[in-house]
Write a protein that binds this ligand. Structure first.
Ligand code: AMO
Length: 447
């Protein structure tokens, strides 16, 4: 018999059908056994009893959690008073035959238990199957879908950036380096930055999503050594505000999409959709520091960057006073931003760049870029870098590169913040950090 999806059983009431899926719950009462069966579309409670079919009961009693099974039986409407919402409440599946497609070993722990992070990570092939973890990565997948849909609708072309690079794509960030052919060296890309700028000369508006690699010796709840970078870059802008406004529209589109597609996941994870007003609050770094000083007495005015605790403070302030869970901080000093960052002509020494803070953490960096060839060479030299090493990238700037800007956003940080997840590793499918690449590493961080 052809397979029917559990989500479609309601169209087959009174008929016999075959479903494929996993056993995700077993209750054996001796004369009757109940199984929860789950496939990609839904779950249903299935019942095996001697009244119904003699071979089915022993078969049901022989399976346990995560057996992969093919089950044939009758779709029945369940009496109103016996309905439970969570497992296809209005239906019940009367088992006639169970074919075991593959067994499952005994589970090492209760799948509903709260596990500590290391146990969770040690057992990802199994722990990724819990309802809560599935909900996290469903939300992540919908964020990507919304990102692609919004940008495509707004005239952006998607491209794939290389991950093997001949020199550090950001000119200074920590790279993983390794021997290439002969006596050559290559690096893993820390960002698609230089390529997305080159691509502005090709399509004007571009975006990419892909893994990037950071050899940073950070062991925090925000840092990964491999993460998914969502990048966009757009040409013919007036200034950084054009980018910031488009990104605010993008964030609102993502929020709307999550509202439409992930209601159950937010409920299960006890998370609320964020406040995303029509205009995101925006302040210069200096203004933010003055506000912090005025409100908290802590004087950081003139510091080149914000401390994590001040990012958190500003987000709480924006939530409580400005009706937004997002806040832009702009005009970081030139020495703090990468060589390609555009200096604001109205604010010398400061850049037309920004970070977007969301629920306490920076999720986006971006801004306007240097588009003039000589000005870019100046920027490279000012960072003590050799323009010769960037000759490939620089070609683009000889041939009519328009004023442009863009952003990079970490998918895992964004997911974690949407769902109030404390550690970014829980919002990363297979996190790599200083101590772990799938399994725990040893003696890797002795220096
Ligand atoms: P930046 O290095 O600030 O900027 O990174 C942009 C965004 O990427 C995420 N991110 C990280 N996520 C997890 N672990 C890390 N170690 C990590 N580092 C960064 C954050 C951050 O806001 N080329 C520029 C972007 C641009 O200007 O377009 C860049 O890569 O969410």
């Amino acid at each position: 018999m052809e397979r029917t999806l559990i989500g479609d059983l309601k169209d087959h009431i009174g008929k016999d059908v075959t479903i494929n899926g996993w056993v995700t719950g077993v209750r054996d009462h001796g004369k009757v056994a109940f199984l929860v069966l789950t496939d990609r579309s839904a779950s249903v409670q299935a019942v095996a009893s001697n009244d119904y079919n003699e071979t089915a009961l022993p078969q049901a009693q022989a399976v346990s959690d995560f057996y992969a099974v093919e089950v044939t039986g009758e779709v029945k409407e369940r009496p109103e008073k016996m309905r439970r919402d969570e497992v296809n409440g209005e239906l019940e599946f009367g088992i006639k035959e169970i074919k075991v497609l593959n067994k499952s070993a005994e589970l090492p722990f209760d799948m509903d238990a709260e596990l500590n992070l290391d146990t969770h990570l040690d057992n990802l092939p199994l722990t990724l199957r819990t309802d809560k973890t599935k909900a996290i990565f469903k939300v992540q997948s919908e964020i990507l879908k919304a990102y692609r849909a919004f940008l495509t609708l707004n005239g952006f072309t998607e491209f794939q950036a290389p991950k093997l690079v001949g020199d550090d794509a950001e000119g200074g960030a920590n790279t993983f380096s390794f021997p290439y052919f002969g006596d050559q060296k290559a690096h893993l890309a820390t960002s698609p930055q230089l390529y997305k700028q080159i691509m502005v000369g090709v399509y004007e508006r571009v975006f990419s999503t892909g893994n990037v690699f950071r050899a940073e010796k950070h062991s925090t709840s925000r840092h990964l050594n491999e993460y998914t970078s969502m990048d966009l870059e757009m040409g013919f802008i007036k200034d950084y505000k054009d980018v910031a406004n488009l990104v605010a529209d993008l964030m609102r589109a993502i929020v709307e999409h999550l509202k439409a597609t992930c209601e159950e996941e937010f409920k299960l994870l006890e998370a609320e959709l964020p406040l995303a007003p029509a205009e995101f609050p925006m302040m210069k770094l200096k203004e933010a520091q003055e506000l912090i000083k005025k409100e908290t007495g802590e004087d950081t005015v003139g510091e080149p960057d914000l401390e994590p605790e001040h990012e958190r403070w500003l987000c709480t302030y924006a939530n409580e006073n400005l009706g937004s869970d997002f806040i832009y901080i702009t005009h970081y000093p030139i020495e703090k931003r990468p060589m390609y960052t555009f200096e604001d002509p109205e604010d010398p020494g400061f850049t037309g760049s920004f970070d977007l803070l969301f629920k306490g953490v920076e999720i986006i960096s971006g801004g306007q870029r240097r588009h003039d060839y000589d000005n870019l060479i100046e920027g490279i030299k000012a960072k003590g870098l050799d323009p010769e090493k960037f000759s490939y990238y620089l070609q683009a700037f000889k041939y009519g590169m328009p004023p442009h800007g863009g952003i990079g956003m970490g998918l895992e940080r964004l997911t974690a913040k949407f769902l109030n997840i404390a550690n970014v590793k829980e919002a990363t499918l297979f996190p790599r950090d200083m101590n772990r690449i799938d399994t725990l590493l040893h003696d890797n961080n002795s220096d």
